[in-house]
Ligand binder design. Structure first.
Ligand SMILES: C[S@@+](CC[C@H](N)C(=O)[O-])C[C@H]1O[C@@H](n2cnc3c(N)ncnc32)[C@H](O)[C@@H]1O
Length: 329
């Protein structure tokens, strides 16, 4: 329930908040409701979602808000959303969650007030929603996917690919979803030739449900894409490891962005007093930015020890800023 009560043929373009139209209502009443019902029957409490190709974040925040609103009447249910995009700049903007006033033209004032904090001329997504979303750069054509998901939204993205590649991506989505998981592609895209992996539950908005498929190697289409079931299982295990390392790196990166923001603010406020802080900050900052640079360029492989080292240096950085803040009081 994100936007004014437009009914009917409104077109939801990319980079807009989802309107409160029939699509939003449909997702709440026919998708989230079924997921929640099945979770409750299985005595599970966490719903897992993935917004693939999330661009600058409007779609993922809309989905989070729709789900959050729906779950208010469903005590004890939790949710986690992975939000990814190939474009790192889009991910940075999305994870900052800061939008100008005009982005809310169609948003219901109550929803805007409830989920966004006004900061100067901008609106910032509040903590209740932020803490549920994990942002990361990710290439849907190449990178390992997330697993055990209940809902994937990949709206206005797969048309970027050739038909054969699209089928591989749809197959990966099938692998990522739980038994009856939902796939949402949006009005203009379909699962194409992958109809044996998904059944359509809403033809207008291209919402699909996962079908059970025998992954025996004799299955011609699957053999075409993945040589054996063992390889597939190994890929899934590897993907979980890589996914966790990527998440750690991403969290460190966003912590670094936050500390640097604080630093900029401090510099603006009190340039001279910053001189004493410089020494404490220089060493970890050089280490962290240098390491992230090497990782980004692929010059060194990412290992757990590096995540630990980053964590340690981040701690030093945070401590130095904290000491400086305390000295100001
Ligand atoms: C038209 S936008 C759609 C944004 C959002 N899903 C929506 O409907 O509002 C397409 C997005 O797909 C992303 N994209 C393109 N190729 C991708 C890939 N291989 N993996 C992940 N994201 C990709 C682009 O960076 C862009 O942000």
């Amino acid at each position: 329930m994100v936007v004014q009560n437009f009914e009917g043929n409104i077109t939801v373009s990319a980079e807009e908040f989802l309107p409160n139209n029939e699509l939003a209502t449909y997702i709440q009443e026919n998708v989230f409701s079924r997921i929640v019902k099945e979770k409750q029957e299985n005595k599970e409490v966490e719903i897992r979602l993935w917004v693939a190709g999330c661009s600058t974040g409007q779609e993922v925040y809309s989905i989070a808000i729709l789900l959050n609103e729906y779950l208010e009447a469903q005590p004890n249910m939790e949710y986690k959303i992975y939000a990814t995009d190939l474009d790192k700049d889009s991910i940075r903007i999305a994870s900052a969650g800061i939008y100008p006033k005009h982005a809310f033209e169609n948003v219901l004032p109550d929803i805007q007030k409830k989920y966004f904090d006004k900061k100067d001329e901008f609106y910032v997504v509040n903590k209740e929603i932020r803490k549920r979303i994990i942002f990361a750069p990710h290439n849907i054509a190449k990178d390992p996917t997330f697993q055990k998901l209940d809902f994937i939204s990949c709206r206005n993205v797969i048309n970027y690919f050739m038909p054969q590649q699209q089928q591989k991506i749809i197959f990966k989505f099938h692998e990522s979803l739980n038994g009856n998981g939902f796939l949402f592609l949006g009005k203009s895209e379909t699962v194409g030739d992958s109809k044996k992996y998904f059944s359509a539950v809403n033809n207008k908005w291209k919402i699909y449900r996962k079908l059970k498929v025998d992954l025996h190697p004799a299955n011609d289409h699957v053999t075409d894409l993945h040589t054996s079931r063992d390889e597939l299982l190994q890929m899934n295990a590897d993907s979980l490891k890589v996914q966790s390392l990527q998440m750690q790196l991403n969290l460190k990166e966003s912590e670094l962005i936050k500390v640097n923001e604080k630093l900029k603010e401090l510099k603006r406020m009190n340039f001279k007093k910053m001189e004493s802080l410089r020494g404490d900050l220089a060493e970890p900052t050089i280490f962290i930015t240098g390491l992230l640079d090497l990782l980004q360029k692929g010059e060194i492989p990412f290992k757990k020890e590096l995540a630990q080292a980053l964590h340690f240096e981040m701690g030093k950085l945070s401590k130095a800023v904290e000491v400086f803040y305390n000295n100001q009081r």
